[in-house]
Ligand binder design. Structure first.
Ligand SMILES: Nc1ncnc2c1ncn2[C@@H]1O[C@H](COP(=O)(O)OP(=O)(O)OP(=O)(O)O)[C@@H](O)[C@H]1O
Length: 262
């Protein structure tokens, strides 16, 4: 039997008229808590510092942490013609997140996934994004309904997977990579977060979580870019203070370069 390529065109949604998004990149992880939102925020901040026009769509709808990282207190505004105006970070990164429409940022999102996926599509297609070089999508962890909707409905140009050195997480990130492959999306690279710790006084490097399987996984999937991001207490502190844009992080330089060459 002929092996037909899956065609999801009928599910596609487009950004509203007047929005011009050059490239859209999804940031995934196999499981929660590996630092996907932190990595998304750091990448966005660096690209912005380099003069690019950037937006983040926080698709981690039940655990949205992007507004916290950027210290956003503004709300998303809706205009009479239905356009949604994203909130803006200090450096000018546009942000759409469910936490910016809830009455309180501690309100839980107790919605069925069909509603969540519709909200997400609405954010993408009704936001007034203007001209963007890059839209980064902070995906929820795993390979559930929402990542599937993002892949089927949005125009994704590339995928970044975030993992940590632990074996189990390595195994789980393969699920995300396989999902991206199944959906025909190019994998730009893997970020191994919490890869090492460099003692500030001696400069000695400690592999606190051991040697990761990330390089082997990258080889297996023919992925040429692996960024190894240190455990950096400054990242934790700056996110707590809503100042992620003030972190200088050289460890992500190779993935940033890959994004710029997309
Ligand atoms: N390299 C790092 N160094 C120090 N702290 C970090 C680092 N990466 C992430 N963190 C901290 O770990 C916590 C979890 O990170 P984050 O929210 O980015 O994870 P996540 O994978 O997006 O989680 P989830 O998808 O479950 O929401 C954050 O509080 C962040 O400050």
């Amino acid at each position: 039997m002929e092996n037909k390529k899956l065609n999801f065109d009928k599910f596609k949604v487009s950004p509203r008229k007047g929005s011009n998004i050059k490239k859209t990149i999804a940031v995934m992880s196999g499981k929660g808590g590996v630092g996907k939102s932190s990595v998304t925020s750091l990448i966005a901040s660096k690209l912005r510092k380099d003069g690019k026009k950037i937006a983040i769509l926080d698709a981690d709808i039940t655990g949205p942490s992007i507004p916290q990282a950027f210290g956003i207190e503004d709300r998303i505004r809706a205009l009479e013609d239905g356009a949604m105006i994203p909130a803006k970070s200090k450096s000018g990164i546009e942000i759409m997140s469910i936490n910016l429409v809830l009455d309180s940022k501690t309100s839980p999102v107790v919605w069925r996934s069909s509603i969540v996926t519709n909200v997400l599509k609405q954010f993408y297609s009704e936001a007034d994004w203007g001209d963007l070089d890059y839209l980064l999508i902070d995906m929820p962890p795993g390979t559930s309904d929402i990542p599937l909707t993002v892949f089927q409905s949005l125009n994704i140009d590339g995928v970044i997977a975030v993992t940590t050195p632990q074996d189990l997480v390595g195994m789980v990130v393969e699920k995300s990579l396989n999902m991206a492959k199944m959906m025909g999306k190019p994998i730009l690279g893997i970020v191994e977060n919490m890869s090492y710790f460099k003692a500030p006084d001696t400069g000695k490097v400690y592999k606190i979580f051991g040697e990761g399987a990330t390089d082997d996984i990258a080889n297996k999937f023919a992925i040429d870019t692996v960024s190894k991001l240190a455990i950096n207490p400054k990242i934790t502190k700056m996110i707590d203070e809503g100042r992620i844009e003030d972190v200088e992080e050289k460890d992500l330089d190779n993935i940033i370069k890959k994004i710029k060459n997309l």
